[in-house]
Design a protein around this ligand. Structure first.
Ligand code: BGC
Length: 698
């Protein structure tokens, strides 16, 4: 049915109308009333282009949607509806933790549930496609966009990729409000040199395949409707015009046959990269790399028609791109009813959505240090202070439609819950006299949300000097400092670590931020997050990942010199991926394997017990890592191959099946392989305390 309808439509379309489908305009070409604001002299977009255009980005709201869509359908000769796209990254109106925070929950179910809520809220307000999830691997804290990635680990990223895509698209039941998910940025955007935004990427093919492609593949396998190209280069060619990356790898190898869109203006940026001399060349290179839609209409509207007329782009290719775009519109039901699900009275921030947001922010917060079990706090007699204490800037970047007024600052929330708490503003110089009656001070600091996110790379990720000084001053005045860090990236906390009794990494938790922090500080919620990205001791260690490779001269050789080390720092991070405390006293014991040999036909079962020696129910993250003792290619000293999260009341038995396939590595042709020999498995609930077992692969 779809094919006949679409093929008939394509037959009817003029070349100009086909090109129009490949053009995306931003909101500022339209009035809220639905009127076209008119061509802009600077953009080379004509009135005809606007009428033929296939999609818009950044328009939001049920009324705006109805006005603009109805006007567009009326103006279009064949009444083809517009696709509306936007960045609904970690919630629409109800805001969930930034993805790097949600990654720290180690609970992909929460990504599913939160993106389900985002789809529900977003679709009713006119969004068909969300530019999410971002599946780039985050390994360099200098890069501002780490906040939009889920972790530094390829395997954990695949779990979150699947969950996010399925949540947005609700593949189980497309009758429900769902949004098409556009995964991004293909490929390896997280590897920009020196963590500088939009910089070039230089990466071996083998590392691309092994560490980066799996998360995009997981998104594609979960049914993602679109893929966005990355701004960066791969193998010296910008991704948007990179035929190997887009045609050979994405289309042929990964089998992605749906719509590809450029990142914002990335087609034209081929000119800045100096691989195209003008819009014509940029168009031909990008379109021939099967980039179907030019986001922000800089080049295709100008030159795609010429390229087809000159034979530099074939009519067949144009038809294929248009077919992919129309199929997406068809699958979203836009030809049946372009107003389906649009609801000006939709229920936003519903009780259920806020409950999911609360659980997500509870689980994303990581307790990194807790000397003498100072937390949960056992007294009313404490103070809260710090630059983020009275801030409602707790949603993080990419939360366009979340409202600050829906977020309660910690100062307000804590004092409403318990008026005895002493809130001290840090405006001006910190005066320790204000804390004279308090032994414990909760210092809430970190970064503002505008210090991370797109185009917010930094060379200095140390906690700002005034905050370090304040914490030191409190310590010197005899206070026990509990430091709470809000940030969209790992910060260097080395300078404050000695002056704190406890450290909490809270990321940007979203709408329910303060309720979660209060419940964690007071023990109503037992912390269960584990770091999704390692925290360096020193900026000079970046990029940094727990997935270190052994060198020819490991530090452990113990020689004083000529080993792989720094002369002014440890090699290890201050806090590592997979690390995080709870208030319970849990440990893993009785770990046994069903066999010491693993083959294609014989799996290995790991059994064991998690014992909880406290009376607090705990949510524990069971983690299994691998080290391949000898393989043809170098492999990390530790790589995550299995994760599960569950409650432990007293004791909990676990039973994990390890297959030979889970132990394999990915080579430069994207094949999975493992040679015969020994591998070591590491099992535990914190990546710094693991039990090791050796098995033989045959
Ligand atoms: C970002 C994308 C985003 C797009 C549309 C670009 O600048 O890199 O991730 O989806 O803008 O807002």
């Amino acid at each position: 049915m779809c094919n006949v309808f679409i093929e008939d439509l394509i037959k009817e379309m003029t070349l100009e109308e086909k090109v129009g489908q490949c053009v995306q305009l931003s909101a500022d070409y339209y009035e809220v009333s639905g009127e076209i604001t008119g061509p802009k002299s600077t953009s080379n977009v004509s009135l005809e282009d606007i009428k033929n255009t296939g999609s818009v980005l950044g328009i939001f709201g049920a009324e705006e949607y109805k006005n603009i869509q109805s006007m567009h359908i009326k103006n279009h000769r064949l009444n083809i509806p517009l696709l509306f796209m936007a960045d609904i990254v970690h919630g629409c109106n109800t805001i969930f933790p930034v993805p790097i925070g949600l990654g720290s929950s180690f609970n992909p179910k929460l990504a599913y549930e939160s993106s389900r809520v985002a789809a529900l809220e977003g679709r009713q307000q006119g969004i068909h496609v969300t530019f999410a999830p971002m599946l780039d691997l985050a390994v360099d804290p200098r890069w501002g966009r780490n906040m939009e990635a889920t972790s530094e680990d390829p395997y954990l990223n695949t779990l979150f990729a699947k969950a996010y895509v399925e949540g947005f698209q609700d593949s189980d039941d497309n009758q429900k409000e769902s949004m098409a998910s556009c995964i991004k940025h293909f490929a390896a955007y997280g590897m920009v040199k020196a963590g500088r935004e939009y910089n070039t990427v230089d990466l071996s093919k083998r590392m691309l395949m092994s560490d980066h492609i799996p998360s995009y593949k997981a998104g594609i396998d979960a049914g993602a409707s679109m893929v966005m190209t990355a701004f960066n280069t791969y193998d010296s060619i910008p991704c948007t015009g990179n035929k190997y990356l887009m045609n050979t790898l994405l289309r042929d190898k990964l089998g992605f046959d749906k719509t590809v869109i450029s990142d914002w203006g990335a087609v034209k940026e081929l000119i800045n990269h100096q691989v195209a001399s003008d819009d014509y060349m940029a168009t031909v290179k990008s379109f021939n790399a099967t980039c179907d839609i030019d986001m922000m209409a800089n080049s295709y509207n100008l030159e795609l028609l010429n390229a087809v007329n000159n034979g530099d782009v074939s009519l067949q290719q144009l038809d294929d791109a248009v077919r992919r775009i129309l199929t997406l519109k068809y699958d979203l039901g836009l030809f049946d009813d372009p107003y389906k699900f649009i609801n000006p009275d939709c229920d936003l921030l519903s009780k259920k959505s806020l409950e999911i947001a609360k659980q997500a922010s509870d689980e994303s917060i990581v307790l990194l240090k807790n000397n003498n079990n100072i937390l949960p706090i056992k007294t009313d007699n404490y103070a809260i202070t710090g630059p983020m204490a009275d801030s409602s800037d707790l949603m993080g970047p990419w939360s366009w439609h979340g409202k600050q007024e829906d977020v309660v600052s910690n100062a307000k929330y804590f004092r409403e819950e318990n008026p005895k708490i002493n809130y001290v503003s840090t405006n001006g110089v910190l005066n320790t006299m204000h804390f004279k009656n308090n032994d414990i001070v909760i210092y809430i600091g970190g970064e503002n949300s505008y210090e991370s996110g797109e185009s917010n790379s930094k060379t200095n990720i140390n906690l700002e000097a005034s905050q370090v000084n304040n914490i030191k001053t409190l310590f010197e005045a005899g206070k026990k400092v509990v430091y709470v860090n809000y940030s969209g990236r790992p910060l260097v906390l080395t300078d404050i670590e000695p002056y704190t009794e406890a450290i909490i990494q809270a990321w940007f938790p979203g709408t329910m931020a303060s309720a979660s922090l209060y419940d964690i500080i007071t023990g109503k919620v037992n912390p269960s997050g584990k770091l999704s990205m390692s925290f360096p001791r020193n900026i000079g260690q970046c990029p940094l990942s727990y997935r270190e490779y052994q060198t020819g001269r490991p530090k452990e050789l113990g020689l004083d010199d000529y080993v792989s080390k720094y002369i002014d720092s440890e090699n290890t991070p201050l806090y590592q991926f997979g690390q995080g405390l709870s208030y319970s006293d849990c440990n893993v014991k009785e770990v046994e394997l069903s066999s010491n040999v693993i083959t294609d036909d014989v799996d290995v079962k790991i059994t064991g017990v998690i014992e909880n020696n406290s009376d607090l129910i705990s949510k524990e993250v069971l983690q299994v890592y691998l080290n391949d003792k000898c393989s043809d290619l170098i492999r990390p000293l530790k790589e995550l191959i299995y994760v599960d999260k569950f409650e432990v009341e007293n004791t909990k038995e676990f039973n994990i099946t390890i297959t030979k396939d889970m132990l394999k590595y990915i080579d430069s042709e994207f094949n999975k392989t493992i040679e015969d020999g020994e591998v070591e498995l590491f099992i535990g609930i914190d990546s710094t305390i693991l039990i090791s077992k050796t098995i033989e692969v045959r």
